[in-house]
Design a protein around this ligand. Structure first.
Ligand code: FUL
Length: 445
């Protein structure tokens, strides 16, 4: 039996964790009907994105700084965005491109051309398919759909298995997992079957702190508190992904709802509490009924990540190393207000408790921040200081602490009280206890 301290990420998990930022695109028949959860009866004739341009989606992703894109190939309504052999309920029966189009192909090609990793969402729950009530027939149907997607659209970074609507329903996860492993061994498997990444447990885009990479269980659905217990083959290392729609409450595009786009300060707060807590952030930008990401959504995402980039592009100091004490000694004093810590997680997450301190002009040491998990990343925020030495003291760890990097930044965006601030001067809520959770590694969400 593997113990917590031996848990290590696979190479594919490591690469995925380094991506940090993903863009989710919910697009389908709902885009044309105003539904969030179509019941599977909407006529395929309604799907007609007359100005569809996958390159526009991908250029928004690229410009903003997202590194992967996940498309809903089939949502709960069952309508397929690729010309599947399994059902007529697809783009093939729509007027779009005279039934000759393939959304999945175009988005996949655009991502590949732009160097953005591509992933797919395939809803297990299918409200259209008549064989759905027959478990074994639907297992075959789903396996065939999945095989088409896994084999025809190049390398996938992630396959998103959504638990919504499937409460109490069993699927053939052995088969689903083995198909995924066979055809896309590098793809992350999201939250069901034998997952390699887990859902953070809410749709607000925020992780608790600490959010350990090791976990024994995770929530699978918004609609039940039942926990998924990992199957024996599930690795202990299952990093969390934080998904959130940029428009409050809706994943698909709806007319007249641009007012729901989250304000800049909320988007920044989401960044601090997802990536800043060591998780990946998957933010949904829904293309509209023209087949384009609306300017307002694109602008909000770009502004958010431009601000992040401005804060974290140029460290004033940087160091790395191993051991319980990591010291940065400056040739001349530097001023800074953020620290970004990363562990060398290929060797596991070892830190359990740390303190970050700075030596000020008078030679006295002052505590800047303290915490438990560092893992892939931890962003600490504190009132601006000018110091000639900084030390990271690891007070508790499992094995020798290995620090991939300690970077200090002078963002100029911190209030006197020590919170990160937005461009408009309001405070970013970076508190550790936003979602109260057990702080032990491996604790259930
Ligand atoms: C949920 C779904 O029910 C929503 O429609 C959306 O797809 C979200 C990402 O996951 O569980």
């Amino acid at each position: 039996m593997t113990t917590d301290s031996q848990a290590r990420p696979s190479k594919a998990q490591l690469a995925w964790q380094d991506l940090e930022l993903g863009m989710f695109c919910h697009f389908g028949i709902n885009t044309f009907t105003g539904n969030e959860w179509g019941d599977g009866t909407d006529a395929p004739g309604r799907f007609n994105p007359t100005h569809f341009d996958a390159n526009q989606w991908v250029s928004v992703a690229k410009r903003a700084g997202f590194r992967y894109l996940i498309l809903t190939a089939k949502h709960h309504d069952g309508f397929c965005l690729w010309p599947t052999r399994t059902t007529d309920y697809s783009v093939r029966s729509s007027p779009w491109r005279d039934g000759q189009g393939d959304v999945v192909r175009e988005v996949s090609d655009a991502c590949q051309a732009a160097g953005i990793a591509f992933g797919l969402y395939l809803s297990p729950w299918d409200r259209h398919e008549s064989c759905y009530p027959d478990q074994s027939a639907y297992d075959d149907f789903y396996a065939e759909q999945l095989t088409e997607l896994l084999t025809q659209y190049g390398p996938l970074v992630e396959v998103w298995f959504d638990g919504a609507g499937s409460e109490g329903r069993a699927y053939d996860w052995e088969r689903i997992m083995s198909l995924t492993e066979r055809y896309q061994p590098g793809a992350m498997r999201f939250n069901m079957g034998v997952p390699t990444i887990r859902w953070v447990g809410n749709e607000d885009g925020v992780a608790p702190y600490p959010c350990w990479n090791r976990a024994a269980s995770a929530r699978t659905s918004m609609f039940t508190n039942d926990m998924l217990t990992w199957l024996p083959r599930t690795p202990l290392w299952v990093p969390a992904e934080c998904d959130v729609p940029i428009r409050r409450t809706t994943w698909f595009w709806h007319p007249e709802e641009a007012y729901k786009i989250r304000p800049h300060e909320e988007l920044l707060d989401i960044y601090y509490r997802s990536v800043g807590h060591g998780c990946n952030l998957l933010m949904n930008l829904a293309p509209d009924d023209r087949g384009l990401i609306p300017d307002a959504d694109a602008d909000a995402a770009i502004r958010m990540l431009d601000d992040v980039h401005a804060r974290f592009a140029n460290p004033v100091a940087e160091t790395a190393g191993e051991g319980e004490l990591l010291l940065w000694h400056a040739p001349k004093p530097a001023t800074f207000d953020h620290a970004v810590l990363m562990e060398q997680i290929e060797e596991g997450e070892r830190v359990r408790k740390y303190v970050l301190e700075a030596r000020l002009g008078d030679g006295a040491w002052t505590e800047l921040a303290c915490g438990s998990a560092i893992g892939h990343k931890r962003i600490d925020v504190f009132p601006s200081v000018t110091a000639d030495q900084v030390r990271l003291a690891v007070r508790e760890s499992e094995g020798m602490p290995l620090i991939r990097s300690l970077r200090l930044y002078n963002t100029g965006a911190v209030s006197d009280a020590g919170s990160a601030i937005n461009l408009d001067g309001t405070a970013v809520d970076n508190t550790n206890d936003a979602i109260p959770l057990a702080g032990k590694p491996g604790a259930s969400l």
